[in-house]
Design a protein. Structure first.
Lengths: 543, 329, 553, 335
């Protein structure tokens, strides 16, 4: 291309470095000498594992680092404006009409106290001072309608908590649209959403791009999401560019090892579980749920989270539970280990009814069933060393001496791939993946017969996710523990499960051997789920 | 909603019931014989006996308490010597010391204390929340420092000193304001406000530091939330962010604290009332406590208790209005 | 006598007093008792004496002249029988209530009778103790059909005859109390009467809110100055605002802005701090009235408890007391005068100087130690150092207050006496020290004259027949000496006040030898008044300015 | 990729290693100069208070000694000399009326004031935490019973309660201790509320669930898992309570139910000094200044502690949170 027919790039980043001071003179260089450009109307995907600096770059485009203490060097130009040099007013004028941002977390990105329509109208009026209040509100309804909110005029008056996650994300996109930006920066816009909703949102973004010709900068850690939605891919690691090129090229023929490793770690929905891993699901049932129910709230507000669920778990087998957000997976899992008391139905552990027992009567059961929690942060007490946390159930049981316990904990730490000397360290000194390993070690400590894993990997990036899944498989192979594996990611579930249960609205809609469910889904809902799952599609075939 | 209010009302009754029991218990053990006090400094035993009978102080405590409950439910007749005085339900009884109806004493004084407390509340909220907001916006600046010192000086100074200083300055030295003397709101709203201005200010100065600090910290907390980031990312000016989005999020803890303070102000503003010569409930209560005037003390404490409970209910309702995600349960 | 007692017109702003204007009264305590049956002091104090006229009243004059008793409703001070057991009074002509109806002797009798009612308790005990049948009478409400107290006769509408159990030369003084104010039976509303008592004086109650918190008094058109030589009634209106903080009252009086210029207070003295400030300001200092009320603050012993049963111990303590510290604690020499006699320094009371255990200005620790050694106390002595407990009230009123107790404590330390303080809540304190069952061994006491005569000052404290076993007892030494009792009876027979006073003084001096109390100080009242207040008259009877004399024009 | 590689992950991905618990708090606190100064001032006050007898001996004065000659008796007992009678013998002057040495009395007063305030705060915190925890962990019945109880206590006027309690307790019982209980028993409502709210949040956290699965009893959970997390808000709140309690003690003295003389306390000195502020300003200013300094120091220290105890405070107001933090929030729940 000659300089003549190159229009001025929409985004121009040259040698961008961002450094965060973290106290005591220390600093984290989140972005390190990054350069790229993006033509008007283009679509660039930035991928990389967690902490590689993706969001930092995205914020840099809107000058959002200003006033936070971060040190930004290099050059950032958006639509010809120098973001780093711009004055405050100029910067405010840039935010919205030129570049608009859609944040990852729709739950918290809207003001919980104000009506959604008003929030959009407010943003609109910031840039269209001539617009009347009424006109702004009309515009809000219009964009809400555009992003597919049904009955937009009425729903504009709703507050965020009355919207579902997907609707909130649409509302955020509508807010961006209201300003007719030339560049839409989307920072992991779908990580918080179900696969089906994710597919809808990605479709919406594609449509809007085609319609308005705006540029899209999509930040994601999910290569599958990036695959179908961008022209170019920028792979980042430790704040630097690893690889940059047309999307298909990067996915099909990665030049760098790092990119290859990243791609390899992505779970594939059509990959069966390795044959040797399949357990013989025979023998007496370990845990047997019949017609299990659970309601929350009372009277008119009552919600039935789990409704007439029957499930049998045999020793040593893995049961996968999938379903979209709010389908009752967590509630079911918590009932199985009796963290929650069922409102109805029967729950038998080795033939004994444990459904209605009180906490004190559960003593005997407590060590037998454990849980690995979704959130590696809140599942460890930040004020206690991880060793203590793991040792706790052993101490409660009171069978071992102090030194025996410590010895045992060290072995467990080693078993889950951590340094035994980490005993005295605190949770915040570990990465998410490491913390999840600690959680697994803690679950293993009392030598349980059953572990319920509630989305154990959904907070982790693909590489770490792969490691943890592998660890769980190893543990099961060795000790023959029964696993209940809850996840919304269909591919991960397939990798580990012998049998799969699909949940919707608190009920089980389909149940069967994993391969049968994935290869020949009977229920339309299951088919819908499978269809919506993002994949590296054509690239994969070529690999 | 109606069910909620009903439940809260039942709770309130329980609280008030417990309060009256506590007061009866305290009085049973407190020093001083009301009969002797009512009888005068040099009574003979026979007279004291007469007065004791007159006040039914001879009955066992539980009987007295039962009569009190009866009076509340159905009213009571009292002899004035020449005639009969009917005290309508809810009847708190007659003062031991001067035979006034407790209900009358309270209804005369409640407006005074309510004026004092509510007005002071408005002022301390303005002062406290205002300076909290300012200092959250101008962190580290001179404005913040000056405001912090000012409000802190308020906290550190007992009301009897602040009050006297204010009186000295504005009434005696500068002569801008008359020495306060309560004028009913219904009589002359303007005079009412002028006369209460100093007591309001004194209380507000004392309370506002707490509010300033609370507002500032919950403001900073809210400003760190993600939705604020959204508005920043759309170029909304900081002022509207603070005024429209952050303030609302910062209010709930302020509301909760206000309820707590407002409620307890009804019984504990005695120093302010005395200093500024406001014939309010606090003064009445202290006087009654000093003269072992049980019916008056019970009456005032119940009104105070009701204020606390009502303030809490209102705060919870406001909370729910401010944050619609909160369900009233 | 008071300093300002100079000109006959009284102190205050210059110029002759004229009628008119509004007098503001800034007070601490509300007038919550406004029923003549319930009031204790002569004329019920200041404000009630504007509304209630009594058979006799105090002479409204400055200083010692003010200790005289003068006729009010009655034509004279009463005619005693030979043995002073029967007293006869005649009402003046032309006396009327605020509604114009005439005042009769039956109304005066009725007023006295209702003070016996249990519902209207609070008054002084004298009527009950003196009148024949007084101890059994329960007031007109209980005794509906009967014709009341037989010992008060009303032969006609103008005449009253009182029959007493024993001679009482002081009866004219008793007749100054509000129980002797007329109450029209038809208007009596029992306990509610105080909301609007029917006036016989120069002012009537127009508004009474907050149980005496705010009062508005206006002229009583049916009062006539011709029948009342004592009250002047210069202002047209009197507004009483009470429930105020003492510091604020004094501040307002000194600032004197708006209506406060024509303001006085009837119940708030200058405190030491205010005095210190006022005395530095000439203009303000001119507006301070000084009064002497017959009052004594003293240390009371209970000689029935150890170690106070030993006269040597009591004497040692008398020697050890540092009156300078105590006076300072009570506000300094302008607010308190050191006392060595039980009777205050007033001729009317019979003051006779003596100092049986001269402690000098700051105490005589040497003499005290010596006496203690004789009693077996002191370092190295058999019983070790003398350790005693002093009971006081926690109310900060310069009466039995902590300041005075600590000053004493510090002084006694020099004589090797260890004092432990026992501060009691005021009610608790009063109840304990005035009950024979709970009375502590040593406490801070105080006593004031019900009228300016030695009788009511000495008898309740030292008369053995006035020991009250189940009620309020003031004879804390439980002295029951026949010689003392007889002398009291003898003096009571005397109707010549001056002659009686001399004998009271001699009796005081005699009792003083026993060291049953340690007189500490006599308080002095300093009161600020507004800059427009004129004709300030302060008698030694009350020690405070007389509201009925004040003019604001 | 095998599990083994986890350890070799680059440090840049994991947050910078930080030292643990108390050390970390101390380090963050140390970074705030104002908090350090405040702590130093408070420490100095405590040392001065403790050393009161020594310092008194140094000055050559005794707390209880009267000096009748140093006050002008005729003028209400105002100290003779300028600045309230400041002299080589009496470094801060003398008390009006008695001539007692102010320097020593202020020091002794600090003992009582600080001890009463600290004791009352302890009582408030102890009851508040116990009640708040019990309400937060208990069932609805326990919860509503306890919150009603705290309403009752809030509604109970201080004076009535104080007089009642003083009457029950024999007068030989030390007054300061009694005051500790009177103030402590009446004002724990705020702490209880905070603790309850915090407990309700905390008990939903997964690590508490994990402890239950490990078979831990309720008591153990409260002690091991909840209490440490409550420390930050409670300590912060206590820093507000403490100065309030000093002022409350002053108010009690003003109403005549404070410490009994001759024991001095700042509150008691202030309440008697009020009327003196024109005749002898030093008498008011000294205790007021000390009180102010103390309140200020506690406030600043409290602010410092709050920030130090809250790891998030370091990153306050950041526009963007790190991806890790953002993703930790619960995924959207349907409406
Ligand atoms: N404690 C609770 N109180 C009230 N409702 C609840 C509670 N816990 C869960 N629910 C409701 O129950 C339903 C099922 O929730 P659950 O957490 O089991 O879903 P899930 O399938 O695990 O969803 P996700 O994928 O978002 O974790 C939802 O509607 C949820 O709002
Ligand atoms: N405000 C900040 N203060 C300190 N360090 C920060 C800050 N924001 C980000 N970092 C650090 O900078 C690095 C890059 O962060 P960034 O949020 O850009 O990563 P990311 O690629 O978006 O990760 P994720 O996929 O988890 O969102 C990380 O090590 C992070 O810990
Ligand atoms: Mg879940
Ligand atoms: Mg990110």
């Amino acid at each position: 291309m000659s300089p003549l027919d190159t229009p001025e790039p929409l985004v121009q980043v040259a040698d961008l470095s961002v450094t965060f001071p973290v106290g005591q003179g220390a600093a984290v260089r989140a972005v390190d000498g990054l350069s790229f450009t993006m033509p008007p109307g283009g679509a660039l995907g930035i991928v990389g594992e967690s902490g590689s600096g993706k969001s930092t770059v995205a914020y840099g485009l809107l000058g959002l680092h200003r006033g936070t203490g971060a040190e930004v060097t290099g050059a950032v130009r958006v639509a010809g404006r120098d973001v780093l040099a711009a004055g405050d007013a100029e910067l405010r004028a840039l935010r919205g009409p030129v570049a608009a941002m859609v944040f990852q977390d729709p739950l918290s990105s809207l003001d919980p106290y104000a009506a959604i329509g008003d929030q959009i109208a407010e943003v609109y009026r910031v840039h269209r001072r001539d617009a009347s209040r009424r006109a702004a509100r009309a515009r809000a309804v219009e964009v809400l309608d555009r992003v597919g909110i049904p009955d937009a005029a009425r729903r504009a008056r709703a507050r965020p908590h009355e919207f579902s996650g997907g609707m909130r994300q649409r509302a955020l996109i509508a807010m961006a649209l209201a300003c007719e930006p030339r560049l839409l920066v989307a920072d992991e816009p779908t990580t918080a959403l179900d696969v089906t909703v994710q597919a809808q949102i990605l479709g919406l973004l594609r449509e809007l791009r085609a319609e308005t010709g705006m540029g899209l900068l999509l930040v994601t850690h999910d290569l599958g999401v990036a695959a179908g939605n961008v022209d170019e891919l920028l792979v980042m690691k430790e704040g630097r560019e690893v690889e940059h090129g047309p999307a298909r090229e990067v996915l099909d023929a990665p030049r760098e090892d790092y990119t290859r490793a990243l791609l390899a770690a992505v779970p594939r929905i059509d990959v069966r579980r390795a044959a040797g891993d399949t357990a013989t699901a025979a023998g007496e049932p370990l845990l047997e749920a019949t017609g299990l129910r659970r309601e929350f709230g009372r009277g008119k507000r009552a919600v039935t989270a789990v409704d007439e669920v029957s499930l049998t778990i045999r020793p040593g087998e893995t049961v996968g539970v999938v379903g979209e957000s709010g389908s009752g997976k967590t509630t079911l899992g918590r009932m199985l280990v009796r963290l929650l008391e069922p409102s109805g139905g029967v729950l038998r552990y080795r033939g004994r009814d444990i459904g209605g027992l009180r906490e004190r009567e559960l003593r005997g059961f407590r060590g037998e069933a454990q849980m690995v929690f979704q959130d590696p942060v809140s599942s460890l007490n930040p004020r206690r060393s991880i060793g203590e946390s793991i040792a706790d159930p052993l101490r409660t049981a009171g069978e071992l001496t102090g030194s025996e316990i410590e010895e045992r904990v060290r072995r467990l730490l080693h078993r889950v791939g951590l340094d035994p000397d980490a005993y005295h360290r605190y949770p915040h000194e570990f990465s998410g993946g490491q913390r999840q390993r600690v959680g697994i070690a803690r679950a293993l400590a009392p030598e349980p017969k059953l572990i319920v894993c509630d989305e154990p990997v959904s907070a982790l990036d693909v590489t770490t996710q792969a490691q943890v899944v592998e660890l769980l498989g190893d543990v099961q192979r060795e000790s023959g523990i029964a696993l209940v594996f809850i996840a919304h990611d269909l591919a991960v579930v397939r990798q580990v499960s012998d049998r799969v249960v699909v949940m919707r609205d608190g009920r089980i809609v389909e149940e069967g051997p994993a391969d049968a469910v994935y290869d020949a889904p009977r229920h339309p809902y299951t088919r819908g789920l499978l269809a919506a799952a993002p994949s590296l599609a054509p690239a994969e075939a070529a690999a | 909603m109606r069910g909620y209010l009903l439940r809260r009302a039942i709770g309130a009754v329980i609280v008030l019931f417990a309060l009256s029991l506590v007061i009866y218990a305290l009085f049973y053990v407190a020093p001083g014989d009301p009969a002797r006090l009512a009888c005068g400094p040099r009574c003979n035993p026979e007279q004291i006996r007469q007065v004791r009978e007159q006040l039914s102080l001879g009955d066992p405590v539980y009987v007295q308490y039962w009569h009190f409950l009866q009076g509340l439910a159905a009213g009571h007749d009292y002899s004035t010597g020449t005639g009969v005085l009917h005290c309508d339900a809810p009847c708190f009884g007659l003062s031991y010391q001067n035979d006034q109806q407790v209900t009358d004493l309270i209804t005369q004084r409640l407006p005074v204390t309510a004026s004092l407390a509510l007005g002071a509340m408005v002022l301390w909220l303005l002062l406290g929340v205002g300076s909290g907001l300012l200092s959250a916006l101008r962190r580290g600046g001179t404005t913040e420092r000056v405001l912090t010192w000012l409000t802190l000086a308020g906290t550190a100074t007992p009301v009897f000193i602040i009050g006297l200083l204010l009186l000295m300055l504005f009434c005696a030295y500068l002569g801008w304001l008359p020495f306060p003397s309560y004028v009913a709101l219904t009589e002359d709203p303007e005079q009412w406000a002028w006369n209460l201005l100093l007591p309001w200010t004194a209380l507000a100065l004392i309370e506002s530091a707490k509010y300033a600090r609370l507002t500032r910290s919950s403001m900073l907390e809210t400003l760190a939330e993600d939705h604020i980031r959204t508005f920043r990312a759309y170029g909304v000016a900081e002022r509207s962010i603070v005024g429209r989005h952050a303030l609302r999020g910062a209010l709930p803890p302020v509301i909760a604290l206000t309820a707590l303070d407002l409620g307890s102000m009804f019984g504990n503003a005695v120093l302010t009332e005395t200093l500024f010569g406001l014939p309010g409930l606090g003064q009445l209560l202290v006087h009654a406590t000093r003269t072992v005037d049980l019916p008056v003390v019970v009456g005032v404490v119940l009104v105070t208790g009701a204020a606390v409970v009502i303030a809490n209910i209102v705060a919870d309702l406001l909370y729910a209005v401010a944050d619609r995600r909160v369900a009233l349960a | 006598g008071p300093k300002e007692a100079g000109d006959a017109k009284g102190g205050g702003a210059a110029g002759d007093p004229k009628q008119g204007g509004t007098l503001t009264v800034l007070n601490r305590e509300p007038q919550s008792d406004f029923d003549p049956a319930r009031l204790y002091t002569s004329g019920g104090g200041n404000i009630p004496s504007l509304v209630f006229r009594t058979l006799t009243t105090r002479n409204r004059a400055d200083g010692a002249a003010g200790t005289k008793v003068v006729p009010d409703l009655a034509t004279d001070l009463g005619t005693p029988s030979e043995d002073a057991k029967v007293w006869t009074y005649k009402l003046k002509d032309g006396l009327a209530y605020e509604d114009g109806s005439p005042i009769t002797s039956a109304d005066v009798k009725y007023g006295i009778e209702r003070s016996f009612a249990g519902e209207l308790s609070g008054g002084a005990p004298y009527l009950r103790d003196w009148l024949v049948g007084g101890e059994r009478y329960q007031g007109p409400y209980k005794d509906k059909g009967g014709d009341g107290l037989k010992s008060i006769e009303t032969p006609d509408a103008k005449t009253l005859v009182f029959h007493l159990k024993k001679p009482e030369g002081d009866f004219p003084y008793l007749a100054t109390q509000t129980q002797f104010a007329p109450v029209p039976k038809a208007k009596d509303t029992g306990t509610k009467y105080e909301e609007h008592p029917v006036s016989s004086g120069p002012y009537k109650v127009v508004r009474n809110t907050g149980d005496g918190e705010r009062l508005l008094l206006e002229r009583n058109p049916h009062w006539s100055a011709k029948t009342d030589s004592q009250r002047h009634a210069y202002p047209d209106r009197i507004e009483v605002k009470s429930g105020l903080d003492p510091a604020v009252i004094n501040q307002r009086l000194s600032t004197g802005s708006g209506p406060d210029a024509a303001a006085i207070t009837t119940d708030t003295n200058l405190g030491p701090a205010e005095l210190a400030q006022v005395s530095g300001d000439k203009q303000l200092a001119d507006r301070v009235g000084t009064g002497h009320f017959g009052y004594t603050n003293y240390l009371a012993f209970n000689p029935r408890t150890k170690p106070f049963d030993d006269p040597k111990v009591r004497q040692a303590i008398s020697y050890a007391v540092n009156r300078t510290s105590v006076v300072n604690a009570a506000g300094g020499s302008s607010l308190a005068e050191p006392a060595t006699t039980f009777l205050p320094n007033q001729k009317a009371l019979g003051y006779t100087p003596y100092d049986h255990f001269p402690a000098g200005r700051t105490g005589d620790p040497g003499k005290a130690r010596e006496l203690l050694k004789q009693a077996g106390y002191g370092e190295g002595a058999a019983k070790g150092p003398l350790t005693i407990t002093l009971t006081h009230s926690t109310a900060q009123d310069f009466e039995a207050s902590p300041e005075i107790a600590t000053a004493l404590q510090a002084g006694f330390k020099k004589a090797g006496i260890v004092v432990k303080l026992q501060g009691l809540e005021d009610n608790d304190y009063k109840q304990r020290v005035h009950s024979t069952k709970t009375q502590p061994g040593l406490f801070l006491g105080h006593w004031g004259a019900d009228w300016p005569s030695g009788g009511p000052f000495l008898a309740p404290i030292f008369d053995g027949r006035q020991i009250v076993e189940d009620g309020a007892n003031f004879n804390s030494a439980r002295l029951n000496d026949p010689a003392v009792n007889d002398e009291i009876d003898e003096i009571n027979k005397i109707t010549d006040h001056d002659a009686a006073a001399k004998r009271w003084g001699a009796l005081d001096k005699k009792i003083g030898e026993q060291a049953l109390t340690v007189p500490l100080f006599h308080p002095v009242y300093k009161r600020l008044y507004g800059k427009d207040a004129k004709n300030i008259v302060i008698s030694d009877w009350t020690g405070v300015l007389d509201i009925s004399q004040v003019a604001v024009k | 990729m095998s599990a083994g590689t986890l350890e070799e992950r680059p440090a840049a991905v994991a947050p910078p290693a930080a030292p643990s618990g108390a050390r970390q708090v101390w380090r963050r606190l140390r970074a705030r100069k104002s908090a350090l100064i405040a702590a130093a001032v408070l420490a100095l006050l405590v040392v001065l208070a403790l050393a009161a007898p020594l310092l008194g001996a140094l000055e050559g004065q005794d707390v209880g000694a009267y000096h009748d000659g140093l006050v002008d008796s005729a003028r209400g007992g105002v100290p003779i000399g300028s600045y309230g009678g400041v002299s080589g013998d009496h470094w801060l002057g003398v008390e009006p009326g008695t001539g007692r040495d102010l320097f020593v009395r202020l020091l002794y007063g600090a003992r009582v004031s600080l001890a009463v305030a600290a004791g009352a705060t302890l009582v408030q915190v102890f009851i508040g935490v116990a009640v708040g925890l019990a309400a937060g962990l208990g069932n609805r019945l326990v919860d509503s019973a306890l919150s009603h109880l705290s309403d009752v206590m809030v509604a109970l006027p201080m004076l009535v309660f104080a007089i009642g309690v003083t009457a029950v307790v024999p007068s030989s019982f030390p007054r300061p201790v009694l005051l500790v209980f009177v103030i402590g028993l009446l004002a724990w409502g705020g702490t209880a509320r905070i603790v309850r709210a915090q407990t309700l949040t905390l008990k939903r956290l997964d690590y508490v669930a994990a402890a239950r699965l490990g078979g831990a009893s309720r008591l153990r959970i409260a002690r091991r898992e909840l209490l440490p997390a409550l420390a930050a808000p409670v300590i912060t709140y206590a820093a507000i309570l403490l100065p309030t309690n000093i002022v409350t003690e002053a108010g009690m003295s003003f109403l005549g139910v404070g410490v009994t003389p001759p024991t001095p306390s700042w509150g008691q000195m202030l309440s008697t000094a009020t009327t003196w502020f024109r005749a002898d300003p030093m008498y008011v200013l000294l205790p007021a200044l000390l009180l102010f300094t103390t309140v200020l120091a506690f406030t600043v220290l409290g602010d410092g502690l709050r920030t130090a105890l809250d790891p998030r405070a370091a990153s306050r107001l950041r526009v963007g949170r790190t991806g890790r933090a953002a993703r930790r929030r619960k995924r959207g729940t349907p409406a």
